[in-house]
Design a protein around this ligand. Structure first.
Ligand code: PEP
Length: 253
């Protein structure tokens, strides 16, 4: 399903109503119309997915969701399943974002279940991993992130790896204005890649690995030039049409 192109994904978090979504995408779409050679997607809140799908129809921008439940249907009040998202035209789904791990009790176990649920419905899970600042300071960042990757993907069939995206999002860089350095990003991407290939061998090369954490128009070109970076997950800057369009139009010379 994925084609290996870089992915630029905007995570709106808990922002916007359906009418605001329609207006925002009306502003964004002309700005990214000429941008080619990369996949672009936006992840609005659940309540805005239908409006966003309508606004994106016929465009090159894909629809993403911010979470999914692990069962396909049943007595799970308040939950939204992967087949429901699929029917709305959703292509990508963020799984295991650190804000959900922090506030909604997400664990490596639920992340793994959600990855499998997404794959069953032909959605592309965007699996978020990343260390706390304390882990980085104490030299445990690689171990933490390797463990998260392993536990999220361990039940994945090799044939599904081309439909998996991993987003490395150091928690201390999310929403803080502190972007990781290109060498830290490249270093962790190499760690993630080696863990995936240790477990899955050659087919692991099909997994796309993104960076996320305070990406802005000022930092995107340098981040995309870092070895191993195959796209970005963008929070705050994705709420500003001009900024997100500039990020989508990144240039690597
Ligand atoms: C995110 O929400 O995944 C994120 C990276 O946020 P921000 O870009 O605001 O740091």
């Amino acid at each position: 399903m994925t084609d290996g192109r870089p992915l630029i994904l905007g995570n709106w978090k808990m922002h916007r109503t359906p009418s605001e979504t329609t207006a925002f995408l009306g502003d964004l779409l002309p700005r990214v119309q000429g941008v080619t050679g990369r996949d672009i997607a936006v992840a609005p809140p659940y309540t805005c997915l239908a409006a966003a799908g309508e606004a994106l129809r016929g465009s090159a921008v894909s629809l993403a969701a911010q979470d999914v439940f692990w069962e396909d249907q049943g007595a799970y009040t308040g939950a939204i399943s992967a087949p429901m998202l699929q029917d709305l035209g959703v292509r990508y789904v963020i799984v295991g974002h650190s804000e959900r791990r922090q506030h909604q009790g997400e664990t490596d176990h639920t992340v793994r279940l959600k990855v499998q649920a997404a794959l069953r419905a032909d959605l592309v899970p965007v699996v978020c991993v990343g260390e706390q600042e304390t882990a980085r300071v104490s030299g445990r960042a690689d171990t933490v992130v390797r463990g998260q990757v392993l536990r999220a993907l361990e039940e994945t069939a090799p044939g599904d790896l081309r439909n998996i995206v991993v987003a490395y999002e150091p928690i201390w860089a999310i929403g803080t204005g502190r972007t990781a350095t290109p060498s830290d990003i490249a270093g962790m991407h190499a760690v993630i890649r080696s863990e995936i290939e240790r477990v899955f061998g050659g087919p692991g090369a099909a997994v796309r690995v993104l960076y996320g954490g305070s990406v802005t128009p000022a930092t995107i070109d340098v981040i995309m030039a870092a070895p191993g970076v195959q796209g970005v997950l963008v929070g705050g800057a994705s709420l500003r049409a001009a900024d997100f369009a500039r990020i989508a139009a990144y240039r690597v010379d």
